[in-house]
Design a binder for this molecule. Sequence first.
Ligand code: NAD
Length: 475
Amino acid sequence: MEKIQNFIGGKYMDPVKGQYLDNYDPGRGKVYSQIPNSTQEDLDLAVQAAEDGFRVWSKMSIDKRSRILLKLADLIEDNIKELAVAESRDNGKPYTLAISVDIPRAATNFRFYASSIVNFSSESHISEGFMVNYTRRAPIGIVGCISPWNLPLYLFSWKIAPALAMGNCVIAKPSEMTPMTAFMLGKLTKQAGMPPGVLNILHGEGSGIGQAIVESTSTKAISFTGGTATGKIVGATAAQQFKKVSLELGGKNPNLVFADCDLDEAVKMSVKSSFTNQGEICLCGSRILIESSIYDAFKKKFVEEASKLNVGDPFDEKSDLGALVSEAHLEKVQSYISLAQEEGGTVLLGGNRLPKDGFYLEPTIIEGLDQNCRTNQEEIFGPVVTLDKFSSEEEAINQANATRYGLSCTIWTNNLKKAHNVAHQIHSGIIWVNCWLLRDLRTPFGGMKDSGIGREGGNEALQFFSEPQNICIKL
Ligand code: NAD
């Protein structure tokens, strides 16, 4: 069985204590590899390597750093098939999605920040005849990047690319459930000419090596993406050392469908926003709120379209949905389907696990639930969506805002004024109007309320990964 290794100081290494975890192929429901369950001893090696790496990387010209990151982006594209196979096997997502979205976007992340850093400028303020202030933005040092399992290489690279571009050295931990593409990235960084110790990748459990990375006095900033409960622990731990922290957390995203929308388009995209990647995208809409006058029409078409989706082997081209990431996660999602029924909901479509090896669940649509019930309040993170009605703009806004989350929201209307008015009253970091999941990497990315603090994307991420210092000169 394949055993993957940590990547420290430019070398692949076994974990010092020789402890390993099983890694599952969710499409088959079987263990297919083993990953290091890293400990403090591995972290100590990574810190030493990163300190050495920092002396070289932080002093390297921006142009040279940028070229290395551009080369890395090219290498990801050169190895797109192998990476997409690994991503799909680790996560259970359709291979077609991994090869068309996850891996290309990982390359784009490196290319984007390789060019952003060349164009990045810091601020200066001139008080004529009195003083000049300028802000120096230096790399922070060693930073920790911790990512989840749902978009493995895409989110891993989304964190480490700006950190590296800014001149930091990184100790990164991918999810223990989807470690393979991060493991493969180590080799590519070497080929791209990245000096040893600049990117160190440790594998293992969140409560073990993840927590150790956050607790370490050597990591000066933490960029974390994952669940809200974990984010609370990470934030509290980082706060003990006044460490910079960015938290990208869970969501319970509303999808508002007004009667004046293009119904066919709203239905088509709502099917995507509900079930893409088995509903395991933090930005998936999980509460569809529909204006009463078109509720029945929307429901009929939506159920019809969703019932055409194929669930099956991630490597079968015909599969629209693959497997959920793990048996435990599948059981959690199923428990919410049972809860929804106990809470008075009616299952309009799906609800069942497929009788085959692997962790497959039908796309599931539920109606008849109050917005205050647990099914509509808690993040399920699977192919489960609820339908509900509203009868005024005010009610739509209240329902949309009625959870502790505030990550994203989708609005379907052809009335431009309404779109703006509603958008401005929704407490979400990202609002899509008549679209979903379109991303311009220059825009701030992140959530409000319990969906996190801080923003990633564009200059926000470069600023996060730098230490500003103001220098004032008297004229
Ligand atoms: P998770 O919180 O269980 O784990 C995320 C990462 O944190 C993993 O690498 C894990 O090993 C690590 N970890 C766990 N405990 C830790 C600790 N005490 N200290 C440090 N690290 C620790 O989340 P998950 O189940 O992997 O991912 C799903 C969640 O991520 C969902 O809630 C989803 O909404 C969220 N998510 C958010 C975004 C966003 O951008 N807002 C994007 C993707 C996923």
